[in-house]
Design a protein around this ligand. Structure first.
Ligand code: SF4
Length: 135
């Protein structure tokens, strides 16, 4: 299907688009369902924002996962035969909380993004695929 016909169906006939997608899925994958066992790591609940719908965010300065704690979590994930690690966190908490800046500095980082990149590298060293919600 060309991009133009896809966009046209998306605008004009979503039911047909869904039907075509389903037909293609059935043709290629039949009834196969796949999943990847993963572990969820809330790096910190602190966030510079306060989106009205968010139930994740918190002011808790003790909500940070330390590198030592992550090592333990990764070991548990390996023992549970996980393949992936999902890192979730608020957006740039260091811009709002002095405690976040202090926590990051304690481990030698200027930003949460750098901190999470290191967490991703730690996951890769354990042969776990990292997913991050870095904003
Ligand atoms: S964690 Fe995400 S959704 Fe929640 S307040 Fe921060 S930016 Fe908004």
């Amino acid at each position: 299907m060309s991009v133009d016909s896809f966009l046209s169906l998306l605008q004009d006939d979503k039911a047909e688009l869904i039907s075509k997608a389903y037909e293609k899925k059935e043709r290629i994958y039949e009834k196969i369902v796949t999943f990847s066992r993963n572990i969820f790591v809330p790096v910190t609940h602190q966030c510079r924002n306060r989106c009205g719908y968010c139930s994740f965010v918190s002011d808790d300065s003790n909500s940070w996962i330390t590198p030592d704690r992550l090592e333990y979590i990764l070991m548990k994930a390996k023992n549970a035969q996980c393949d992936e690690v999902l890192f979730t966190l608020g957006e740039k908490p260091e811009e709002k909380y002095p405690s976040a800046r202090e926590f990051l500095a304690l481990y030698g980082y200027d930003s949460t993004v750098e901190y999470v990149i290191e967490f991703c590298n730690m996951a890769l060293e354990e042969k776990l695929l990292p997913h991050s919600k870095i904003k």
